[in-house]
Design a protein around this ligand. Structure first.
Ligand code: SF4
Ligand code: SF4
Length: 476
């Protein structure tokens, strides 16, 4: 897309609908920086311009959007966000604090994408606009984050996520913080609240270190397998460490489904958090690392147990589309990716046993990156329904994000808390004693929200439920 859609920056008053509706008020009392976007930022947004133009402003997405549902503001909904970023790319409005806020308030949950009749895809727009904002910040043409926030970003995105040895070391420290009693002491002394870290601290996972370290090992299929298959496991960063026991459970369930499960060395984080935080180059570097790690596996399905990772891996083709050396390799990797529920739906599992002595009511929460981004909603439910003694119930607001969205619940605690509280009420309305989901962030957010509500409902990953139900001899 050429930049001939750019015009000389006019005033807000001169901008026609739809820009005015979302932009009026947003630009009042703002620290305006009227310089044009840096060329690299403009090029990134130009790449999504056709996607933005597809929006016909019908508004069908509004009631699916969590931030619109909570605020009722046009500029906090998909239509407003698209209008704002389109006005920006056309040079009609400048990049201001208000515009950045509205875009960064988006959870990138893709609920709008899932219902849009015009085929607008919000995720790539958000990845592009956040990367463009960072480029403009680096160039000094967008309001800065401040030194502390910039330093934290640099450490987390540039130092922690690209290195699994460092990531594992930090997860060990988190475990030590809980296991040593330091956390209880810090909370009792009010230090956590004093530092403004209460919401983040509530989200810390409770786990026993049981890391799954991918070193090229292969876990063989169950001995009585008839229809043997090979798969490669994408272990991920959080799932292989803080959720290592769920990753081991994933291996066991795949083995029982007749799979030789390879864990290729050299893999690490998928890059989703980098992409959503505006570090597009960091995300692309992690994508290249992942692609190289899985290429020796030929065409074997790449199975993941984290909805966020699966959605990101399936986007590699788009993320690297403009890189001639990697575009085809990225598209090939994306075509191999399967969520674990999507893959298990194609396999024969052993007969399932009961998971409790009595009947049990289970509710299922669609992780946004599974339900909306990957459109996988039936497979997890079908698997749960096959467990004897289980009654499956849907949440009243099943399509609405729980507020997790990667690190959104750390960067936007108020909105995340509001959405989490709504979700806890929805869980209570089902009468379930177990709530199942398929993404680590959703699990932590649900646990924190239910704990705040004083609920005793147990939160489980789908695979842990299936592991219990398919365990030889049963594991009530
Ligand atoms: S549903 Fe699609 S076309 Fe309609 S307003 Fe939302 S993004 Fe635009
Ligand atoms: S991705 Fe989610 S939060 Fe963002 S505009 Fe769409 S529905 Fe709203």
């Amino acid at each position: 897309m050429t930049s001939d859609h750019r015009t000389a920056p006019p005033t807000v008053e001169a901008t026609p609908f739809p820009y005015t509706v979302a932009a009026r008020g947003l630009l009042e009392n703002e620290s305006r920086i009227a310089e044009p976007l840096p060329a690299a930022a403009q090029a990134l947004l130009d790449g999504e311009y056709d996607n933005m133009l597809a929006c016909v402003r019908c508004g069908l997405c509004l009631t699916s959007c969590p931030t619109f549902v909570v605020t009722g503001h046009e500029s906090e909904g998909p239509r407003g966000r698209i209008a704002l970023v389109r006005a920006l790319v056309e040079g009609r409005i400048p990049l201001t604090d208000g515009l950045i806020d509205r875009e960064e308030n988006c959870l990138a949950c893709d609920a709008c994408t899932a219902v849009c009749p015009a085929g607008v895809k919000m995720e790539p727009i958000q990845v592009a606009v956040r990367a463009a904002i960072e480029i403009a910040r680096d160039a000094g043409t967008a309001p800065s984050r401040g030194l502390v926030a910039s330093a934290i970003r640099a450490v987390v995105l540039g130092w922690l996520f690209p290195s699994m040895p460092r990531f594992r070391a930090v997860v060990w420290l988190v475990w030590l913080y809980r296991a040593s009693g330091l956390r209880s002491m810090a909370r009792a002394l009010g230090m956590v609240r004093l530092l403004g870290m209460r919401d983040a601290d509530d989200l810390l996972p409770a786990f026993t270190p049981d890391f799954l370290v991918p070193e090229g090992q292969v876990y063989p299929a169950a001995p009585d397998t008839r229809d043997r298959a090979e798969v490669a496991l994408f272990a991920g960063c959080v799932m292989s460490t803080a959720f290592g026991s769920t990753s081991h459970a994933t291996v066991r369930v795949l083995q029982r489904a007749g799979c030789d499960v390879a864990c290729p060395a050299g893999q690490g984080c998928c890059g989703a958090l980098n992409a959503h935080a505006g570090d597009r180059e960091g995300a692309r570097a992690l994508a290249r690392q992942t692609i190289a790690a899985f290429e020796p596996g030929g065409d074997a399905p790449v199975v993941t147990n984290a909805a966020g990772c699966g959605a990101m891996l399936k986007e590699y083709g788009h993320l690297l589309a403009d890189d001639p050396a990697w575009a085809a390799r990225a598209a090939r990797l994306s075509s191999r990716v399967r969520d674990v529920s999507e893959y298990l739906a194609t396999r024969d599992l052993p007969a399932m046993g009961a998971i409790a002595e009595d009947t049990v009511v289970v509710a299922y929460q669609d992780a946004c990156h599974l339900g909306h981004a990957q459109r996988i909603t039936a497979a997890p439910r079908d698997l749960i329904r096959r467990i004897p003694g289980v009654t499956l119930r849907d949440l009243p607001d099943k399509a609405l994000c729980c507020g997790s969205a990667g690190v959104y619940n750390v960067t936007h605690p108020e909105m995340a808390r509001t959405l989490g509280d709504r979700k806890a009420e929805a869980v209570a309305a089902t009468g379930a004693t177990i709530i199942v989901t398929a993404n680590p962030g959703c699990q932590l957010q649900l646990q924190a929200s239910l704990a705040r509500a004083g609920s005793r409902v147990k939160v489980m990953h789908l695979v842990d439920l299936l592991d219990a139900a398919t365990a030889p001899g049963g594991r009530p």
